[in-house]
Each structure stands twice: as C-alpha cells, then as structure tokens.
Unconditional design. Structure first.
Length: 231
C-alpha cells in the first residue's frame, strides 16, 4: 500500500475512528501492507484496543513505537490482512497486547511465536488446545472434545470406507504431524517393560507411537495468544 493510500484510509476515518491505537498504527501501516484489505487491519486494531482497556496509555504509547515492537506490528499486520476468522484476529491482538505489556520486550521470543502462529490454521490451534487440556484430565477436556469432535476424532476405517473418510484422516494426521515438526506437539511412546524390546509399528518399522503430548513451546504459544488452559 502506498503512502497516499494510507492517507486516504486515515482521511476516511477507518483508523482515526479507533481513538487510541488507530493513530499510532497509521504511521506503521503505510510501510507494510501492499494493497491488502484495510477492514481486516481495522478489526485487528479494534480487538487490540479492547484488550488494552485499563492499561496505562502513556506506557503503551511509549512502547508502541519502539523498533522491536514496530517489527512485530509489521508482521502482525501482514498476518491480519490474510485472517479469515475472528478467532485468528483475536489471537494476533492477544499477542500484541501481551508484547506491549512487556517492560523489556522479549522480541525474539514474540517474533518466533508470531512466526509459528502464521504457519498454523485455526484447526491446528484447536488441536493444540485439546492436547493442552488432555494433560489436566478434567471434565473440561471431555467437553472440549465433544465440542470439536468432528475435527479431533479420526474416522474408523474398514475395507469399504469411502475415499472421503481416508482423505479426512490423512488431512487430520497432517495437521498433527506438522505440529510435531515445528515443535508444538511431541509423540508419546509406551515405555517397554524391563528386559523387553519396545513395540514396533509393522507399517513404518518405527517404535509404535502411543499418541501425542503438548510441548513446552506449544504451551508458550497458547499462553501468548491467551488460549492457555493450564497456567
């Protein structure tokens, strides 16, 4: 987006209507988003404004323009311009809110979490939260599963199962394994009894997996986007 486009946007009041963070963000947006949808940026800023209610405005204003914070804002604006759900916008706003609360911004840590968030779809956030709840073994874990069982439960497969069931399971497996690949989930393996070899999977030839567990990095991500359930 060109600077004249930003001037037009601000002139129309799209950012000026957000009294606190809107004017602060206007200076940054002009250098970041090449002709992306401004309404999504507006949604992010409105969500951020709401989450910053009660914070000291002078403190937030001072922190908003520090170079490390601007770097995070640029990345968040780019992700927000592509956000297709209110949940995604809320995750980004929560991350920015938490970074603005930091007296000494842990820039690399927040940058890393923002980058990881950009690799995930909303379904994977739900999967990650499910495994976080699974650690607690509470009623909330079962309730969450019931609310999202169409996403979390693999289809039982038989010889006559339709292709759609195979496709769905393959996609769900890919969501989980990507979470493993980027360090947010960890495979769990059953510890063999003393003197016995571990059980191997006939299909893969690898040690048989017994499920997944959320990693410390996964818990950090949920905490930063205000989706933590165990802290």
């Amino acid at each position: 987006m060109h600077k004249q486009d930003i001037a037009a946007v601000v002139g129309k009041g799209l950012l000026g209507a957000i009294p606190f963070v809107g004017p602060l963000a206007a200076e940054v947006i002009g250098q970041v988003i090449p002709r992306q949808r401004i309404d999504r940026l507006e949604s992010l800023l409105r969500a951020l404004e709401e989450k910053l209610q009660g914070e000291d405005k002078k403190t937030i204003q001072d922190r908003f323009t520090r170079p490390e914070q601007v770097d995070l804002l640029e990345d968040a604006f780019i992700q927000a311009s592509r956000a297709l759900s209110e949940e995604r916008t809320s995750y980004l706003a929560a991350l920015l809110k938490n970074s603005l609360r930091e007296k000494d911004l842990k820039h690399l840590e927040y940058k890393r979490i923002l980058g990881l968030l950009g690799q995930l779809n909303d379904a994977q956030i739900i999967i990650l939260k499910y495994y976080s709840l699974a650690r607690l073994r509470t009623d909330g874990h079962e309730e969450f599963f019931e609310a999202h069982k169409e996403l979390l439960r693999r289809q039982p497969l038989t010889f006559g199962s339709p292709q759609s069931a195979h496709d769905r399971n393959a996609m769900l497996d890919s969501f989980r394994w990507q979470l493993v690949e980027i360090g947010l989930l960890q495979p769990k393996f059953k510890k063999p009894k003393k003197g016995q070899l571990p059980e191997f999977d006939e299909k893969t030839g690898m040690v048989k997996q017994q499920g997944f567990g959320i990693s410390q990095l996964g818990r950090i991500l949920l905490r930063v986007i205000d989706e933590a359930v165990d802290e």
